[in-house]
Design a binder for this molecule. Sequence first.
Ligand code: PLP
Length: 394
Amino acid sequence: MKYDFDKIIDRKNTHAIKWDKHLLEEFFGTSDVLPLWVADMDFQCPQPLIEAMKQKAEEGIYGYSWHKTPEYFNAVTGWMKRRHDWEVDKDWIVYSPGIVPAINVMIRSFTHPGDKIIVQSPVYYPFFSTIKNNGRRIQNNQLIYENNKYSFDFDDFEEKAKDSSTKMFILCSPHNPVGRVWTKEELKKLGDICIENDVLIISDEIHHDLLLPGYEHTVFSKLSEDYNDHTIICTAPSKTFNVAGLQTSNIIIQNKKLRDTFTQGISGRNGLGIPNAFGISALISAYDEGEEWLEQVMEYIHENFKFLKAYLKKHLPDVHMATPEGTYLAWVDFSSLGMNDEERREFMLHKAKVALDGGTMFGKGGEEFERINVACPRRILEECMNRIRDALRE
Ligand SMILES: Cc1ncc(COP(=O)(O)O)c(C=O)c1O
């Protein structure tokens, strides 16, 4: 079927974090804003998934639920094979209600207080809090930004991996917020450095399906058999199909010892092993029946990125966007405005009246940027940009 992503769906008063006025008041101090912040889409899910949710709702009993069925496993392994050319054994799959809870458990399971963990700023900010909140130390291997494109600083990475206190590396692949889809060559260099220095690789691939034309995602552990015992791959239908609220993720771990330790952490010590009743059905429907929708939504998102690029060129020629390769998050450099991050926050919220994710949250290198979520009807994106342009004219 043909989906209409131009349709504006009113998400106010639906408990959606992105649109909830109480939360906007609490977080931004105002709810009189157009929100393009939190990373979910303002689009409805694939129709078969909506039907599956209706069917589930009709059951009328929402008791404890169990996911370890052939249907569930086939949906996950089928998706990984079809979309990522990756043969996954069902025994490698461990359910987690989310990637962030899983990363918290991994940090506690595989490192000790005081150990160092590499992250690459600017990056998804919960990476920092999971490390800090668990009493570990951040080793920041800041990305390099040149000609609207980010790359890894391999020399600095190697130096940090060699530090005997460094035990783990949390990779964001594809990268939120900078929009890179890392190449095989780039990833292999990092992988080899980690193996040489006995650093455990956590590859957060939650954005793996959100690819713009011409870019190909590489599952980290596919790069070399040597990586299998040193890599944990985090996956979920959450971003791909806009079902983050159903809290269903799969952590894929080939090494049995690592897997058993993680399973004991997530279920045994944290009681997070029982899945969400709706999440199971959503995942099966998404992976089995959602491909047509995904193709269409990515076409629409691609057009939104093109629209934004053209808009900036025409109306705000000194504002530049990092070239997007994947995700639905535009990473936009507002340094030409000559405002510091506080002034820019004030400007966006109270002059332009838009709620974006200010770049400072994403760590060093993000200070001059705003993250704009383009997974919304084009008219909303245009309205957001008009507000910024008009406020600047004033
Ligand atoms: C890189 C990355 N990891 C994890 C998450 C969230 O994962 P979860 O909701 O499964 O905890 C996000 C959400 O934006 C993300 O961008």
